[in-house]
Write a protein that binds this ligand. Structure first.
Ligand code: OVV
Length: 410
């Protein structure tokens, strides 16, 4: 697997690679491919999909903060909405540009702000303690299936205001959605038989009268707050359900894989676990360092709105550029010893939540889930021991685990 340094004038003199970044080999471990991508130059042409790719931190940071040149409104997956009908109505947050993007973003930013999320802090920390108390010590557990995939579902859907029936649809919906940003490969085909009914359930939960009004006593739910914004006229009534859908789309699988990443990191770095136990205030850094290190969301595309020069290469207007966020987050030009999971580093500036106007609007919610769970685990358990070989979960967009066999020791 190498990137050909042969430069094809038809693709603006870009280095060419015929590698399939959505193939199982690379989804299993993309590190070598990322290193080749960074070495090849600021931009490479991926002949298999007829798209361009970026892997270096600096160039990607510049692209992600230039929404005028690198648009999202043509979709952030392989499919170009200029020519192809999206599989679901586009997200008003993710798959839109200013000015359409502005009011949905403003509304959701306020609902998920640091201040707003602080009101959940004591409730989620208490839930995390109860959850951790229910885990058996010195027993074979799966840190992915029994912990990472469980805790977000205990807290997040309640905060959104969705009912308890049907919550098992949330993970399959997200998994398919994130696969659908890639090519129509076996991973997408696997989700298709059930996606009709799963989507119908998700869409039904976004209606005003389906959403609980309050949670934890008298706190308005995220869902109710979206509808209240429609009543105020900050967004239209027609936009409200699609914005609630964003919460259910982006808010579950992402945090599951983020928690899986940090639990795997600690299971394989006992010295770092000891450090966290000695100083639980490191929990927030730990979660962000895991988001940098693993980059649960590995990739998103942008579309060129003009002919864009990147280094010696001109990306023609209308073409897709694949941003390898996970590669930027391990770019040695930006990070010292990037492959090390290290609580002593400052991970801020990583692009695991993206960068620019589309940067993860739910990041404070994600961090609270990470902090609450890690502090509760660190309070009780001296060690997280790997008891078997972890196995990867393959997804066209997300990097995560299917299984992390562990035992927690008190
Ligand atoms: C970041 C993200 C991922 C998937 C879906 C959405 C957002 C959405 O807004 O629907």
């Amino acid at each position: 697997m190498t990137i050909t340094q042969y430069r094809n004038p038809a693709v603006g003199s870009a280095p060419v690679s015929d590698v399939d970044p959505f193939g199982h080999d690379i989804l299993e471990n993309p590190d070598d491919f990322h290193a080749q991508l960074r070495a090849a130059g600021p931009i490479t042409y991926l002949s298999r999909y007829d798209v361009y790719a970026m892997g270096r931190y600096d160039d990607m940071h510049a692209a992600l903060t230039d929404w005028q040149s690198f648009q999202s409104g043509a979709g952030v997956g392989l499919s170009n909405f200029r020519y192809e009908k999206p599989w679901r109505p586009p997200s008003l947050l993710l798959e839109s540009d200013p000015p359409v993007h502005d009011s949905p973003r403003e509304v959701l930013s306020a609902i998920l702000s640091v201040r707003a999320v602080r009101r959940l802090h004591e409730h989620w920390c208490r839930d995390a303690e109860e959850f951790v108390a229910s885990l058996h010590a010195d027993t074979d557990l799966d840190a992915e299936c029994d912990v990472a995939a469980v805790f977000p579902l205990r807290v997040f859907p309640d905060a959104v205001g969705i009912g308890t029936a049907g919550r098992e649809n949330l993970l399959p919906y997200g998994d398919h959605l994130f696969n659908a940003f890639g090519p129509h490969n076996d991973l997408v085909a696997k989700g298709e038989p059930r996606i009709g009914e799963v989507s119908r359930w998700v869409n039904e939960q976004c209606a005003r009268d389906r959403l609980a009004q309050t949670v934890y006593g008298d706190q308005p739910t995220f869902g109710a707050q979206v509808w209240a914004a429609a009543d105020r006229g900050d967004i239209t009534v027609a936009q409200a359900p699609t914005i609630v859908r964003s919460l259910l789309s982006a808010g579950v699988d992402t945090t599951v894989h983020g928690l899986g990443a940090v639990l795997y990191a600690f299971a394989t770095h006992p010295d770092q676990w000891a450090r966290l136990r000695a100083n639980p205030a490191l929990a927030r850094i730990a979660f962000d360092e895991a988001v940098r290190w693993e980059s649960p969301v590995q990739t998103f595309f942008r579309t060129a709105t003009r002919d864009i020069r990147v280094g010696n290469v001109v990306v023609p207007e209308g073409r897709k550029i694949l941003m390898f966020l996970g590669s930027a987050n391990r770019d040695p030009q930006r990070w010292d010893e990037p492959d090390r999971f290290d609580l002593a580093r400052d991970p801020s500036g990583h692009v695991g939540y993206g960068m620019g106007i589309h940067q993860c609007v739910g990041q404070h919610v994600a961090r609270l889930e990470g902090e609450a769970l890690l502090i509760a685990l660190a309070q009780r358990f001296r060690r997280i021991e790997l008891t078997g070989v972890p196995t990867r979960h393959h997804n066209n967009t997300m990097r995560g685990w299917a299984s992390i066999p562990v035992a927690f020791a008190e």
